[in-house]
Ligand binder design. Structure first.
Ligand SMILES: [Zn+2]
Length: 201
C-alpha cells in the first residue's frame, strides 16, 4: 500500500496491474462495499474523492471504491436511477466518508432514510449522492430483516442469549462485514439500548 501511495501525478501510471492492485486493495479495505451507498460491489469503480478537475493528484488516500452508481428499475427498458459517484460527477462533497467526525453526525429515520444533523451533509446525501431513493431504503430494510431472520429468529442461534446474538451482529457490522453495515449497526444498537433500558426499569 505504501507503494501505491507514492504513485502520483499521472493517471497513466495507474493502468494495468497497478490499477487492478489498487482496486483489489480498496475492495479488501472496504469489505467489498461501495463507500457511499454500502451496496455490494460487483464491478469496482475508483472514485477520486477530491475530483481530478479540482487538482487532486493520484494519492491512494484520495481513492474510494464505489459502485456503478446505476440502479436499474427496468434493465430491459434501460430505466435507471443515478446515485453515488455517477450522480455526484465532479462536484466537491462536504461530507467525507473517511472522517469519523463526519460519520458520527449520521443516523437513520423510521423509513431507513440516511440523515445527518449537519445541513450541508444532508444536502450532499440527498441531492449530490442521491442516497435516499425509495428502492435503496427498501434494500437497507431488507438487509436488516435478513440478518434478523438469520441470527435472531433462526433456530441455529437460539441457544445463545438474545443480547449475545445482537452483540455478535454488532461486531460484524462494525467490521463492515454486511451490505448496509452502518444501517444494521444503527438498528442493533437501538435494539440493545431498548433491552438494557427495560432491564433497568
Ligand atoms: Zn454506491
Amino acid at each position: 500500500m505504501k507503494e501505491l501511495r507514492k504513485v502520483t501525478n499521472n493517471y497513466s501510471h495507474l493502468q494495468g496491474d497497478c490499477m487492478q492492485e489498487t482496486k483489489s486493495t480498496l475492495r479488501v479495505l472496504q469489505m467489498n462495499h461501495c463507500a457511499y451507498c454500502e451496496r455490494k460491489l460487483d464491478t469496482v469503480f475508483i472514485e477520486h474523492f477530491i475530483p481530478q478537475s479540482a487538482g487532486s493528484g493520484l494519492e491512494f488516500d484520495n481513492f474510494l471504491a464505489v459502485c456503478s452508481g446505476n440502479y436499474y428499475t427496468d434493465k430491459l427498458k434501460g430505466n435507471k436511477i443515478e446515485h453515488c459517484d455517477t450522480k455526484k460527477g465532479n462536484v466537491n462533497l462536504n461530507i467525507d466518508p473517511r472522517k469519523n467526525d463526519h460519520i458520527d453526525t449520521l443516523s437513520y429515520s423510521e423509513d431507513a432514510s440516511l440523515t445527518s444533523e449537519v445541513m450541508i451533509f444532508q444536502h450532499d446525501i440527498d441531492d449530490i449522492l442521491n442516497l435516499n431513493f425509495y428502492e435503496l431504503k427498501r434494500e437497507r430494510q431488507d438487509a436488516y430483516n435478513k440478518i434478523d431472520l438469520e441470527y435472531i429468529v433462526g433456530e441455529a442461534h437460539q441457544i445463545f442469549p438474545l443480547k449475545d446474538r445482537l452483540r455478535k451482529i454488532l461486531s460484524m457490522a462494525e467490521r463492515g462485514e454486511f451490505e448496509f453495515s452502518a444501517y444494521i449497526k444503527f438498528r442493533v444498537v437501538a435494539r440493545l439500548k431498548y433491552i438494557e433500558n427495560s432491564e433497568n426499569e
